[in-house]
Each structure stands twice: as structure tokens, then as C-alpha cells.
Design a protein around this ligand. Structure first.
Ligand code: ACO
Length: 324
């Protein structure tokens, strides 16, 4: 059977690690509120000299080295970001392509918010059925640059970071992506957005700063509904039960969302990998950053069955069932 597998994965986190107590020095918030409402303690924030592409490139260089794949071998670079280097052209994928010298690749950005890595894996799988060449899937997010740092309801939630994965044809037809579900419920397109595009700017003299807006409660309600739904559907489609699944790796938005999804599914929380406490919500980078974290902790073994679930603006969502 033709399958596509993740041959290597790396992440990059900016050096500056900020605790909740650092935020409460300038913002009307507290460590207790943030921890009890989100589970977040720390987030990494990019330095002035960094950009979404520079973070992505750091992760990409590491994964190329780890897997021994030369940049010229890449057939495609799929890059997910909510915070492109440029708004909107050229694509950040092309910026990364140029920096690493991947002259035989096609560069393409994915706009699927926090579901972007899940989408990227499936798009890579589809493309590789036709062009059987290595594909790089990158997720890089710098939400600190589009956050209103006076809006305590959103600014405490996000962190910066990047990750990159090399996808190859599976060596044994067993390991790899078994199935993905990609969905979008566009009736929720207004509950999470970054203003500043051509719809909101009426002339070239407008200079609307890009700022994230979120109706947190609506996002929360949506997330706790779709998380169990995606997991259940992927298991059902493949004749699996929760006992067959080794790990569920959800988008790390908020501990309470994961807790609530586990309750609804009747699944022990220990099935879910959770590291939102250390990195906050890094949008589409959160799932691959979690996978790297799991590898570092020795939690991922060959043959493990894992389900990823991403959800975010759009409202886009989906999941991948992967045999590691
Ligand atoms: N510190 C202290 N108090 C705060 C803070 C803060 N940082 N933020 C809000 N509050 C206050 C509010 O002002 C409010 O006070 P009031 O009752 O006096 O008006 C009170 O806390 C409760 O506020 P709520 O907004 O009702 O808090 P809630 O319990 O709903 O939690 C939260 C808010 C954490 C944002 C929650 O709605 C949530 O997690 N939503 C999902 C968010 C999410 O995951 N978004 C990302 C999706 S990913 C993507 O695509 C980018």
C-alpha cells in the first residue's frame, strides 16, 4: 500500500521565554487567572530581528540535516502560517525556498489557521501520489506581532514558534498517514480573524494594523464539539477503538478545551499529549512542536497509532491518523 510518512521533524522556539508573572507586570492579569482559564504558564516570544520565515528556516535546516535530504531533492514546500512574512505576497514558502536553495521545489502557503499542519500533511500525501519526491511541510507562527498587547483576553493565549517535517514515501507501506479528515465550517468565519486585508482597507492611504480578534467563547464551544467528533470519525472509518490509539495530539490552544474533549469522549486525559503549559498557543505550529517534544521525551515509538486534531480560524479543522 502506498503511504506517506514523516521521516523527520524539528522545531524552533525563540529564546525569550516569558512567564505569566512577567505579563502581569504590565497587564491587568495574574498567573492564577491564566493558569486556571488556559493551563498556560510560559510562552516563547520572537526577538525583533526574527521573522516567521527565519524561525521556519531554523527548523527546516535542522530537519534536512537530521534526515540527510538535500534541499535540491525537495519537490514541494507547503508552509502554514497565520502570520506571513509579507501580506500576502510573496508567499513565505517562497522566502524559505530561496533561503535554503530548494531550486527544484514548488512553494505554496496554506491559510488554514491552527489546522494548517493537519491540512499540510494531507496535501503532501495527495501530491506525493503523483510526484513521488520529498515534501517539506513547515508551520511557522509569530502571533506576537499581530496581538494587541493591551487586550488581556487574547494576548495571554499565544506564543511564537515553528516546526518542519520531511515527508517521504513509506519504506514498508505500513508506517505513515492512514487517513486524514479536512473540514471547514465557514459559518464561523467571523469569530476569529486578523483584520487588515483588502476588504477592510478602503484605499492605499489606509494603514490598518494587523490585529487578531477572537470571540473566545464561540471558539471554545466549536473546539469542544469538533475535537471528539474528528477523533471518533477517524477511529470509526478505520475500525479502531480508543484502546488502539497510543496518542491523541490536539492543537494546543487551551488545557480546558482538551480536558473537556477528553470528558466528552470518556477517554483518560493521559491519552492526550499536552504541552500548552510551556509554549501557549502557537497556532498551526503547535501540533508539530508537540510531536518534536514527544520525540525528545521518548514518547513516540515506531508503530504507535496517533491522531492529530487541529482547529482554528475559518473555522478550519481536521485530523490525521498516523502510524508512527
Ligand atoms: N486576566 C484576568 N482576567 C481576564 C483575562 C486575563 N488575561 N482575560 C479575561 N479576563 C476576565 C474578563 O474580563 C472577564 O471579567 P468580567 O467577568 O469581569 O467581565 C472574566 O475574566 C471572564 O472572561 P471570559 O472571557 O468569560 O473568560 P472565559 O472563561 O470564557 O475564558 C478564554 C476566556 C480563555 C479566552 C476562553 O474563552 C478560551 O479559551 N477560548 C478559546 C480560545 C482559543 O483557543 N482560541 C484560539 C483558537 S486557535 C487559532 O485559530 C488562532
Amino acid at each position: 500500500m502506498f503511504r506517506v510518512y514523516i521521516a523527520g521533524i524539528s522545531s524552533y522556539l525563540p529564546e525569550n521565554c516569558v512567564h505569566n508573572n512577567d505579563l502581569s507586570e504590565t497587564l491587568d492579569t495574574s498567573n492564577d487567572w491564566i493558569v486556571s482559564h488556559t493551563g498556560i504558564s510560559y510562552r516563547h516570544l520572537a526577538a525583533e530581528h526574527e521573522s516567521p520565515s527565519s524561525m521556519g528556516i531554523a527548523a527546516v535546516k535542522d530537519v534536512l540535516q537530521k534526515t540527510g535530504i538535500a534541499a535540491e531533492e525537495l519537490g514541494m514546500i507547503l508552509l502554514s502560517t497565520t502570520t506571513p512574512d509579507y501580506a500576502p505576497i510573496p508567499s513565505t514558502a517562497c522566502v524559505v525556498q530561496d533561503a535554503i536553495g530548494a531550486k527544484n521545489a514548488v512553494g505554496l502557503d496554506i491559510t488554514a489557521a491552527c489546522a494548517g499542519f493537519v491540512y499540510g500533511i494531507e496535501l503532501a500525501r495527495a501530491y506525493m501520489q503523483i510526484h513521488q519526491r520529498p515534501i517539506l511541510v513547515v508551520a511557522t507562527e509569530m502571533l506576537s506581532r499581530v496581538t494587541d498587547w493591551n487586550d488581556r483576553k487574547t494576548c495571554v493565549l499565544f506564543g511564537d514558534g515553528a516546526a518542519a517535517a520531511i515527508l517521504l514515501p513509506s519504506p514498508d507501506g505500513e508506517r505513515g498517514v492512514v487517513e486524514s479528515l479536512l473540514k471547514s465550517d465557514s459559518s464561523g468565519k467571523d469569530v476569529l480573524k486578523i483584520e487588515g486585508g483588502c476588504r477592510t482597507s478602503t484605499s492605499h492611504t489606509d494603514n490598518i494594523p494587523l490585529t487578531i480578534f477572537m470571540d473566545g467563547k464561540s471558539v471554545f464551544t466549536f473546539a469542544i464539539r469538533i475535537l471528539p467528533a474528528v477523533i471518533t470519525q477517524l477511529m470509526k472509518n478505520n475500525g479502531l477503538t480508543i484502546d488502539d490509539i497510543d496518542w491523541i495530539v490536539p492543537h494546543q490552544a487551551n488545557y480546558r478545551i482538551i480536558h473537556s474533549a477528553a470528558n466528552r469522549l470518556g477517554v483518560p486525559e493521559s491519552k492526550f499529549f499536552i504541552n500548552v503549559q510551556n509554549f501557549a498557543n502557537t497556532a498551526s505550529a503547535s501540533i508539530p512542536i508537540a510531536l518534536v517534544d514527544m520525540e525528545h521525551r521518548g514518547l513516540l515509538k515506531p508503530g504507535h497509532k496517533i491522531i492529530t486534531v487541529g482547529f482554528g480560524a475559518g473555522l478550519c479543522y481536521g485530523g490525521n491518523l498516523i502510524i508512527w
